[in-house]
Design a protein around this ligand. Structure first.
Ligand code: GDP
Ligand code: IMO
Ligand code: MG
Length: 429
């Protein structure tokens, strides 16, 4: 089966966009199956950086079909702006398909996201404030508005009226913030509907048909394993399922169709927003990683928290996603360090911890167990063949593979397409 999938193994921003872009060259179809414009994937093509939020990274090629699938949440204003922006940079969205079953983000979702975060005070999650959580909450509560509803003016009017009535009560009476205006939303969204209509289709049917027809289909994960609603560090998570099983549900394809699952591992760890981060570095090494790696959010510009690579996290991700390969990114950011630590597991009261703790208070008591490996102190960004990497760099990535039990597929040494070292044909089998 000619499918492959790219999944984040940590807290996001591992470089999924770069790996998807690299693999997309071999693909016919690229599919986003969950999340929304909380994602920010930077892809560098010929030294020009493109920041993608909802559009699949395959959109940067002229000849790929790009699918925004059923499990996503779509802010029409944002996706239309993204399309316009892309077109102004000489690219085209003519191959874009948007699922008629995906859910629509409305202005009351953004407003609720902000109000809920503000009301939580010190317990706030640090969301992207894009309305992601409230939109998924409406979907689960079966009062959401889907793309096919937006395409049907009568249905849309009715569902919008119901939602605005309820949401305005909550906005005004619970949170004491400004309500939204039904007529303004109606006018804007009917206009968005007209502009989006050309892309809307039954992507579930199409994606399975492409696979059956032998086309190469690449699934692009957004967010990451530790932000999964069920399996991440709840409640400091997003509201979708960024794991491989989530792609099956989100794209509407059975699990047996999903092969060649690639877990993207940033060579160190970052987290944006609040929540547990056992290997976080609050010292100058953390500052070094933030500066050397320009670790500031693609979407929000927020500084990312930085730390050593945590293999307790990646091992957990390996099992949750049934990873076939690892793609290790940003190895070049570690070039200058004389030595590098790697967390290989946790102990709790002196005993090794199995699995990943659910209770955040327990997680807080866990102590990371570190191994110290020598750095390579050489610029590796120009290296193209694995055997040309310094021995210490090879030892570092091989240790990651050893501890997680997943073979190496790709090592990335820079943001450009050509700065990619391939060890396995991950799309092959
Ligand atoms: P994503 O959300 O997982 O797609 O990751 P982001 O795009 O938010 O952040 C990753 C950043 O690292 C982007 O700016 C990429 O261009 C960049 N990047 C990806 N791989 C590498 C690499 O191997 N080395 C360096 N220096 N940058 C990389
Ligand atoms: P990509 O695809 C990093 C984080 C937010 C916040 C939490 C919930 O670029 O890797 P949300 O707005 O989803 O309700 O926020 O999840 N978050 C991300 N962090 N990368 C992302 O996407 C993220 N998407 C959401 O910072 O902590
Ligand atoms: Mg990102």
């Amino acid at each position: 089966m000619a499918t492959s999938m790219v999944i984040g193994t940590q807290w996001g921003d591992e470089g999924k966009g770069k790996i998807v872009d690299y693999l997309a060259e071999q693909a016919d179809v690229v599919v986003r199956s969950q999340g929304g414009n909380n994602a920010g994937h930077t892809v560098v093509v010929d030294d020009v950086a493109f920041a993608l939020r909802l559009l699949p990274s395959g959109i940067l090629y002229d000849n790929k079909i790009n699918v925004v699938g059923t499990g996503t949440v779509i802010d029409p204003k944002v996706i239309l702006a993204e399309i316009e922006n892309l077109e102004s940079q000489g690219k085209s969205a003519k191959t874009l398909q948007i699922s008629n079953r995906a859910h629509v983000i409305l202005p009351y979702h953004n407003r609720l996201d902000e109000a809920e975060e503000a009301s939580k005070g010190a317990l706030s999650i640090g969301t992207t404030k894009n309305g992601i959580g409230p939109c998924y909450a409406d979907k689960v509560n079966r009062i959401g508005i889907r793309i096919c509803d937006l395409m049907n003016e009568e249905v849309f009017k009715e569902k919008l009226a119901y939602n605005v009535k309820i949401k305005n009560k909550i906005l005004r009476d619970v949170y004491g913030v400004e309500p939204v205006d039904y007529y303004e939303i109606l006018k804007d969204y009917l206009e968005y509907a007209d502009r989006l209509r050309q892309y809307v289709t039954d992507t579930n049917y199409n994606v399975v048909s492409y696979i059956k027809d032998g086309k190469k289909v690449l699934f692009e994960g957004a967010q990451a394993t530790m932000l999964d609603l069920d399996h991440g560090t709840y409640p400091f998570v997003t509201s979708s399922h960024p794991i491989s099983g989530g792609a099956s549900v989100g794209a509407g394809v059975g699990p047996n169709y999903l092969k060649n699952i690639v877990g993207v591992v940033k060579a160190y760890a970052t987290r944006v927003g609040a929540g547990p981060f056992p290997s976080e570095l609050l010292d100058e090494t953390g500052d070094f990683l933030r500066e050397a790696g320009h670790e500031f959010g693609t979407v929000t510009g927020r500084p990312r928290r930085c730390g050593w690579l945590d293999l307790a996290v990646v091992r957990y991700a390996a099992d949750l996603n049934s990873l076939d390969y690892l793609a290790i990114t940003r190895l070049d950011i570690l070039d200058k360090l004389p030595e590098i630590k790697i967390c290989v597991g946790y102990t709790l009261n002196g005993e090794p911890v199995k699995g990943f703790p659910a209770d955040l208070q327990v997680l807080e008591q866990c102590k990371p167990v570190y191994e110290t490996l020598p750095g390579w102190q050489t610029d590796i960004s120009g290296i193209r063949h694995y055997e040309d990497l310094p021995e210490a760099a090879r030892r570092y990535v091989e240790r990651i593979s050893e501890v997680t039990g997943v073979r190496l597929g790709i090592v990335s040494v820079g943001p450009n397409r050509k700065q990619t070292i391939v060890l396995q044909d991950v799309f092959g089998a």
